[in-house]
Ligand binder design. Sequence first.
Ligand code: QZP
Length: 430
Amino acid sequence: MTTESVTRCPFSGIPANNTTPMRQTVSAPVLDEDPFDEGVLADPHPMHQRLREAGGDVVYLPAYDIYAVARYDAVRDTLENWHHFSSAAGVGLANFKKETPWRTPSLLLEADAPQHDAPRAALEKILGARKLRHYQDGWLDTAHQMVETLLDDHQHNARADGSLEFDAVTEISEVYPLSVFPDAVGLQQSGLDNLLPYGNFAFNAFGPRNRLVTDELDTIGSVMDWVGQQCPRESLSKEGFGGDIWQAADQRDITEEQAPLIVRSLLTAGVDTTVYGISAVLYHLASNPKQYARLREEPQLVRRVFEEALRLESPVQTFFRTTTREVQIGNTTLPENQKVLMFLGAANRDPRRWDDPDAFDLDRDPSGHVAFGSGVHQCVGQHVARLEASCVLEALIERVERIEFTAPPVRKINNTLLGWKSLPLRFTPA
Ligand code: QZP
């Protein structure tokens, strides 16, 4: 699609020569793009470029009757303007004012002020950097153990130089969060295999009802039942994030009705996201051997490496807001009660904001990326994600000298998450 042939959205069509004081608006470019097409989900970056370059801060996608923002400034403005871009109608394609949600709406994700405030404040304390220090040493130990176990388990088929081959998704990215997070929440041991399928479904369910959603409808019921059963006080150990949530109810920071749904938020948002985040950083390190060598020389770069991988990969690619009134983005006026799709991954590679945006560059400052969102809903679990990734990377650089691909990585397709089903790697032990 070229910018010369842009057509303008009929619904917000205020003529460009409109002389109303203060409000020079044009309608949004209309693009024939399907962000949830499986080919696009597997390789979204060419479409992101078309969205950013279409000739405005916002575009209209008739395929879903939605507006979309992909430039950094527009994505950030939309994220930060919670008053005009609401979460309470759902942050997926479904508008909760018109359609019944697939589950009780989240008190954190799918709520606006003032309902959002107490759950958010409670969870902010529980998952804050200060509280997480309690988990630091144990999580680092677990990472070291995981790497030792991995190296041991593959000794039998190690090559002459000691290097070994395995799939880093199933043996690192999925193993580590499941070794530390359920325990930190205070979940019982049985049924933990429901966590990844639950997250996978929830993130697909933010998109349209395509095959990725409908193929799971037969099996998701029992998974949802298990998740529901883990949320009451009796199912959780006293110590841990889950117990802390119930303690917040005892202190009347939140109500007893709110507590189980806030536990459910941890189970929805806390596992797949970190699995994808760890895969993202492993992918970029395996793709950039010189940067991995540099990281081993300068271990203080661990945190930056993770942020740069999040910027480039943006495991959570998209979610929506809904306009609360007629509102302007750039020089376009959007009607009330319209879904707006925010492309975090496109913002994080916008050349208007980032030099050489597609390069994995340890010399840049990746802060300001929107992979965790921005504003009042910015990821409340971001310190958990960072701690998990740092522990994995610290353990890795100590024991592994070289990381390389043995075969091309395989994409995992999800309506919201960008990541990998398989990362076939070879590790050369240090
Ligand atoms: C998912 C919940 C990027 C977000 C969509 C991740 C997420 C956050 C919260 C919840 C689910 O509260 O259920």
